[in-house]
Design a protein around this ligand. Structure first.
Ligand code: CA
Length: 240
């Protein structure tokens, strides 16, 4: 469980960062925004600290002494579902698909503004909270305006039934089961069409387009199913 204080609800952050200038500025800035910050200056220390205490979120630099951010992410993920935001430096070769596959929740690129980082942290925490609030059972998923009746293979938007084809249904279900998480194109195609699918990968986009036309108020400016360029798609979780 996340560490919480009784009187004030401060968020505890494990900041894994080896650049002193970043550490100082971030610690001060995040404190001011109401976060408690613990700092690990290399990958090994991150693992040690994480094993000793609980944190609400991990900010993980990619280039670290002793152990790479990716290995730290893998190690933490093997024992915990804590939200992880990967921080990479500009110009660094970053395989975003790989990062998401090993379980990172989001990523930011240095240099960034504190305000942007704080917004990302809050968004990730909010998504996690909504994930816990998704009403899901074997036969029904409800999230925001959408309700899916799995057994009956029916879907409703604001109580009005929409007709979905088999693959559309499977795709929407997969997105809803992972609110706020980026699902890579590979994962979506694999899970909906099967790993032996050899057809046009545009098929995925066509299905997304059709889903948007059914569930979005303005399909050209989707609020629910957003595109993560070059990576995949994400079902957004709205502010409560
Ligand atoms: Ca670094």
């Amino acid at each position: 469980m996340a560490k919480k204080r009784s009187s004030e609800k401060r968020v505890s952050v494990l900041l894994v960062e080896d650049e002193e200038s970043f550490v100082d500025a971030l610690t001060i800035g995040l404190n001011r925004e109401g976060f408690d910050v613990a700092v690990a200056r290399d990958g090994q220390q991150a693992i040690t600290l994480f094993a000793k205490d609980t944190y609400d979120i991990v900010l993980l630099d990619l280039m670290l002494p002793k152990m790479s951010g990716l290995d730290v992410c893998r190690a933490i993920r093997s024992t915990s579902e804590v939200p992880i935001i990967i921080v990479s430096a500009k110009g660094e070769e970053v395989d975003m698909v790989l990062m998401l596959e090993i379980g990172a929740d989001d990523y930011v690129t240095k240099p960034y503004r504190l305000r942007e980082l704080v917004a990302r942290i809050r968004a990730v925490l909010r998504r996690r909270e909504s994930h816990e609030n998704v009403m899901a059972s074997d036969d029904e998923i409800t999230l925001g305006p959408i309700r899916m009746d799995i057994d009956a293979r029916r879907c409703y938007v604001n109580g009005v039934e929409i007709k979905l084809r088999k693959k559309e249904f499977a795709l929407l279900r997969l997105l809803l089961e992972n609110p706020g998480r980026v699902l890579t194109r590979e994962v979506l195609i694999d899970r909906v069409w099967g790993s032996d699918y050899v057809g046009d990968t545009k098929t995925l986009d066509v299905h997304i387009k059709r889903l948007r036309s059914l569930i979005e108020d303005d399909p050209k400016n989707p609020e629910h199913i957003s595109t993560v360029r070059g990576v995949g798609y994400r079902y957004e979780v709205m502010k409560p």
